[in-house]
Design a binder for this molecule. Sequence first.
Ligand code: SF4
Length: 324
Amino acid sequence: MKKRVFSGARPTARQHIGNYLGAIQNYVNLQQEYNCIYCIVDIHALTSLEDTSKLPENISEMALDWLAAGLDPDKSIIFVQSHVPEVMELYTLLGMITPLSWLLRVPTFKEKVKLQPHNVNYGLVGYPVLMTADIALYKAEVVPVGEDQLPHLELAREIARRFNNLFGDTFPEPQAKLTSFPLIAGLDGAGKMSKQSGSSIELALSPKETIERVMTAVTDPARRYRSDPGHPEICNIYSLHRFFSPSELDDIASQCRSAQIGCVDCKKLLGQGINAALEPFRQRRAALATKPNYITEVLADGAQQASVIARETIREVKQKMRLL
Ligand code: SF4
């Protein structure tokens, strides 16, 4: 019997090539080995989104990206978090057994407080409890995580353990499936590609828009003139070439160091490499975009399958807590 995997992604903005090379391709591969449940976690998005006007669009775009990348609704359950409202019920119930001190020590809570001091909402503190509810509701045994998310998963394990100790064995303690996601540099040269910083190349961009976006990138800051030798090892364009032009890496590096290639040409080469790599994905994406009803049906069917598991878990939890 295959183990059950749960993973979710927040629809706070359009997906970019960093998401594609990292989480999304990992999702696709996990389908071979596990029974996967993939969730577009729109309630989690509300902890940082004050303006929700783009939320419906971001949800359908995320579903479109996932399906075009190879998530298969015949193999995986794909749905939107809020479409299975039992998760909010479990969130409340688990919140009653989670000591506040556990939540206040979570490093990401402190980071979020710094990031959005004008909006330190209750949901930010409760975020790990909602995450635990996501996993526990479906009794998922495995959760794919990067190293930085391990503290969250450890907390989910502690909450599950506490519930089991108080009310009897109910939830599996979810195991981390450590995944080393490639670090995809942002175009602004200030760290990894992120949805929020405007440093990303969204998957929904056309080939022309992709090249235009790449042309805005910061390169080696010491290379001010075309005749200056460059330093590819500190250039974010070069780091992207590793993924999109692997066979040309050595040539690009030596031509950059000897100023035989300029940054404009180097960026064009990268844009072409990204476009070539994304072409099959884009074709599938364009075909799916002509069938919006299909996306709606996939998400509705996924929510229905998820609801069957969720209702069963909630009934068991309420019985054990003497609420039924
Ligand atoms: Fe970066 Fe390419 Fe310019 Fe060298 S030539 S600094 S690798 S963009």
